[in-house]
Design a binder for this molecule. Structure first.
Ligand code: ZN
Ligand code: ZN
Length: 258
């Protein structure tokens, strides 16, 4: 069994309705993908996303504000209310993205720190998006004592020293389909080194479809292709990688029901 530890089901082009999401989840189950974490990126989408996902089998959700969606900042009181529901199993995605936006660095940092603090307060793990902001990301995670709530660096594309620092703080590292791209040789070396008991897999769908689906819209079913790619890369049996990444998911996202 596989888990898609990070997807945006409400943003799939083919899935604007609950019925269509249900069909995509059926397609995923047909490939052994049975759990899904649908990740929130902004305040304004939370209610409609939660409404669309509620009651769907194997789906958990998060509440958070993405570094590229902060606009006027994060409303922590609103987030606290949204995240208080049991089936909201994580805070995020939050984090830092200096690649796409250098103008909002101060606001991104503020938002990240506040969401990390809330995660610790609510005792829910934090989902961290990080791009071109290695030192600042690690500094905020350290200062905020991420080990109190736990967390994951999702869709990891940075280098081994950064992964190592996160692992040393007890975090998980999640690999997306980017690792299967032909030119991703450096990331493949990193993906090889992540201890199996700290590895998560994700599609980040609808973005970033893995090989052999590049160019198509990504969907949770494709996490099975990524798992096969990683098993080959790491020289592990697919069943072992599937079982351990599933256990890791439930260890980290302790509010999710098996
Ligand atoms: Zn992200
Ligand atoms: Zn995402």
């Amino acid at each position: 069994m596989f888990v898609d530890s990070h997807c945006h089901l409400n943003r799939l082009k083919k899935a604007p309705t609950r019925e269509q999401v249900a069909l995509l989840l059926d397609a995923a189950r047909a490939r052994g993908v049975n759990h899904f974490l649908c990740v929130n990126v902004c305040h304004s989408e939370f209610d409609s996303m939660a409404q669309m996902m509620r009651g769907l089998d194997g789906v958990s959700i998060s509440a958070g504000v993405h570094p590229l969606d902060i606009e006027d900042g994060v409303d922590i009181e609103l987030l606290r209310r949204q995240a208080s529901d049991d089936w909201v199993v994580a805070i995020g995605e939050t984090g830092l993205d200096y690649y796409y936006s250098k103008d909002s660095i101060a606001l991104q940092q503020q938002s990240f720190e506040a969401q990390l603090q809330l995660a610790c307060e609510l005792n829910k793990p934090v989902i961290v998006h990080t791009r071109d902001a290695r030192e600042d990301t690690i500094a905020i995670l350290k200062n905020g004592q991420v080990e109190r709530c736990g967390g994951v660096l999702h869709c990891f594309t940075e280098n081994w020293p950064m992964a190592k620092q996160a692992l040393d703080m007890g975090m998980y590292v999640s690999i997306s389909g980017i690792a299967s791209f032909k030119n991703a040789t450096e990331l493949q070396q990193v993906a090889k080194k992540i201890p199996l008991d700290r590895l998560l897999i994700e599609t980040d769908s609808p973005y970033l479809a893995p090989v052999p689906h590049r160019g198509k819209e990504n969907q949770p079913a494709f996490v099975a292709d990524l798992a096969q790619f990683l098993a080959d890369l790491r020289g592990e049996r697919l069943e072992v990688l599937a079982q351990q990444t599933t256990d890791n998911y439930f260890n980290l996202f302790r509010g999710a029901n098996r």
